[in-house]
Design a protein around this ligand. Structure first.
Ligand SMILES: NC(=O)C1=CN([C@@H]2O[C@H](COP(=O)(O)OP(=O)(O)OC[C@H]3O[C@@H](n4cnc5c(N)ncnc54)[C@H](OP(=O)(O)O)[C@@H]3O)[C@@H](O)[C@H]2O)C=CC1
Ligand SMILES: CC(=O)N[C@@H](CCC(=O)OP(=O)(O)O)C(=O)O
Length: 342
């Protein structure tokens, strides 16, 4: 059994980890932390876990995280970089769902995240956890930087094209929409029901902190710098990301076949038949990215549609997928849930 701890068990990604790990046949959950809810039974806060999880939240300062094989950090940016190194030094493996270890250029990370980095050495050693790109690196990693939600959808949607070099790498466009759970569980005015429901808006158009993360990933795949315009939107649904991606064709090819071959054998990427329009509902609660390709009017622009559940393939599900790879388990173990309909 893999002994697992979670720091930050009361947030949306934390409870999503609990939902998935409580169903995982090879996981023993040993510690779940919350500073605000220490002493509360997990199932009192989340009744969906009653009779499946018999633990109380503990304060992170006193929880026995060092006896774990693996600790997930489902905490705000800036927490894991101060708390994970002591665990790593004690031989515990770590998966951080936040952005602390995602960007290799520490000065750039500090610019986008507005804080100085507490642990640059571990940034260098961390492996970026997009399994479909670097399964082998993840299998050997002690510290995995779990990708952001938008970066997961955008990178999976563009990856076959940038790897093959068949599109103009200077002018990629990602037009993305997220449900409000992407903003986390904390109270904030833009995600109040009266603000976010029956409403739709773009945000962070001049620059969103996922831009450098996506550019780093796509540039690595392309082995050259990639130019990207990234525009996120907040849409009135709870879960889900819909990415509409545009790429100008440089070399003609059978693009449908390119995607099907690149993702053949991938359990968690589903390339749909030509002309499909994937909806976020088809991946809700599932660890899955569904992708469809279009070439409107047989013109020079390819349109890729990619959908994920931001809390699953965009966060907790991908983190469990990374855990399976790190511990030599079958990648789909505990992760084969179907989407929830309606
Ligand atoms: N929501 C999403 O769709 C996605 C989120 N992420 C990332 O995952 C991380 C968690 O997100 P989310 O679940 O939405 O966040 P929430 O804000 O909903 O939850 C944060 C959790 O962290 C705990 N926490 C906060 N500060 C500290 C601290 N200093 N030390 C220890 N624990 C702390 C909180 O509990 P308490 O304060 O009681 O200790 C809470 O359990 C974030 O970094 C987010 O950016 C990544 C991909 C997608
Ligand atoms: C809708 C919404 O607000 N989404 C969040 C991004 C999701 C997130 O939590 O960011 P990480 O994946 O980097 O952790 C935002 O735009 O800030």
């Amino acid at each position: 059994m893999i002994k697992v701890g979670i720091v930050g068990g009361t947030g949306y990604t934390g409870v999503e980890l609990l939902r998935l790990l409580a169903q995982h046949p090879q996981v023993q959950l040993v510690a779940i932390t919350s500073r605000g809810e220490a002493g509360t039974a997990v199932s009192d806060m989340f009744p969906s876990l009653r009779r499946r999880l018999d633990l109380k939240f503990e304060d992170p300062a006193s929880a026995d995280l060092r006896s774990c094989d693996l600790v997930f950090f489902a905490t705000p940016n800036g927490v894991a970089m101060t708390q994970a190194p002591a665990l790593l030094d004690a031989g515990v493996r770590v998966i951080d769902l936040a952005a602390d270890f995602r960007i290799k250029d520490v000065a750039e990370w500090e610019r986008w995240y507005g804080m100085s980095h507490a642990s640059p050495d571990w940034v260098e050693k961390a492996v970026y956890g997009l399994p479909e790109h670097d399964r082998s690196g993840i299998s050997k990693a002690r510290l995995v930087a779990n990708p952001g939600c938008y970066p997961t959808a955008v990178q999976l949607g563009f990856m076959p094209l940038v790897e093959a070099g068949v599109v103009d790498l200077g002018q990629l466009i990602a037009d993305t929409k997220s449900g409000v759970s992407g903003a986390g569980r904390k109270a904030e005015i833009p995600t109040l029901f009266a603000e976010a429901s029956d409403n739709f808006k773009a945000y962070a158009v001049p620059g969103h902190r996922h831009l450098p993360e996506i550019q780093q990933g796509l540039s690595t795949m392309a082995a050259q710098p990639v130019g990207l315009t990234f525009v996120p939107h907040l849409t009135p649904m709870i879960r889900g990301i819909h990415a509409t991606l545009y790429a100008r064709i440089k070399n003609d090819a059978d693009f449908q076949r390119l995607f099907e071959e690149r993702y053949r054998g991938e359990a968690f990427v589903d390339v749909l038949p030509p002309g499909s329009h994937p909806d976020t509902r088809s991946v809700r609660a599932a660890n899955l990215c569904r992708i469809a390709l279009h070439r409107p009017q047989q013109g020079k622009v390819l349109v890729v549609l990619a959908v994920i559940d931001n809390l699953v393939k965009g966060a907790a599900g991908q983190a469990v997928q990374n855990m399976n790879i790190m511990f030599g388990r079958p990648e789909t173990e505990g992760l084969w849930q179907l989407a929830v309909l309606p």
